[in-house]
Design a protein. Structure first.
Length: 224
């Protein structure tokens, strides 16, 4: 089945450009467009896309608030949001990830990179590059957590096997599935399976939240 995408941006020309780029891939279909955050939420609920490409600065409800509503909607489980913006600042990276976004891209992304990002996120992986991982580390490391059970690595990760724990550590350093596989001498599919199991056992949403948890609990520290 093709990956369905919702384009949310207040500029018609931007949406038209992304539509043209995405639809060159026969495995991607644009399911709808939205010019405001409110419209993005309504359209997502109506069309149930696999991926939402979400601008941040839009009239009314902004992209961060719209992302938060989409991610929190039980009817949209499985719908992933990738933030697209011209502003690559820490403020937006952190706000997007905290809202539940599964990825963050600037609008100068190459066409192939955009299409690959859609496929990666639709497959259930988070689009978290090493550069963004470093931003997450700097922002979230040592931040107090609401759940007391997640204040100690031994408690927070007790349900994981030894290899799953090692995989989480490698994910937190920004390694891709392929890099993790090469490091542990396993297949990329096995690495992905271990990551998926860790996400399920820990009750986090995706790879992004897995990285945040690893640093929040002190499982891995900046510079390691």
């Amino acid at each position: 089945m093709p990956v369905s995408v919702l384009l949310a941006d207040d500029q018609h020309l931007v949406r038209a450009g992304f539509r043209s780029l995405l639809e060159r891939d026969p495995e991607i279909v644009v399911a709808g467009e939205a010019a405001t955050g409110d419209e993005a939420v309504r359209t997502a609920r109506a069309s149930h896309p696999d991926v939402v490409l979400m601008d941040i600065r839009m009239p009314g409800l902004d992209g961060i608030a719209a992302t938060r509503q989409i991610v929190a909607d039980p009817a949209l489980v499985g719908c992933r949001v990738v933030i697209l913006t011209t502003f690559e600042t820490d403020e937006y990276v952190f706000a997007a990830l905290a809202a539940g976004a599964s990825g963050f891209l600037t609008k100068d992304v190459e066409p192939d990179g955009l299409r690959q990002a859609v496929r990666v996120v639709a497959a259930g992986d988070a689009l978290l590059s090493p550069s963004v991982t470093r931003r997450v580390v700097g922002r979230f490391a040592g931040r107090p957590v609401a759940d007391p059970a997640h204040t100690d690595p031994a408690t927070a990760f007790a349900a994981l096997t030894e290899r799953e724990l090692e995989v989480v550590r490698l994910v937190a350093t920004g390694l891709s599935n392929q890099d993790i596989a090469a490091t542990l001498v396993i297949s990329p599919l096995t690495a992905k399976t271990d990551i998926t199991r860790a996400i399920t056992k820990l009750g986090v949403r995706d790879r992004v939240q897995l990285v945040i948890l690893a640093y929040e609990t002190g499982l891995i520290r900046p510079g390691e």
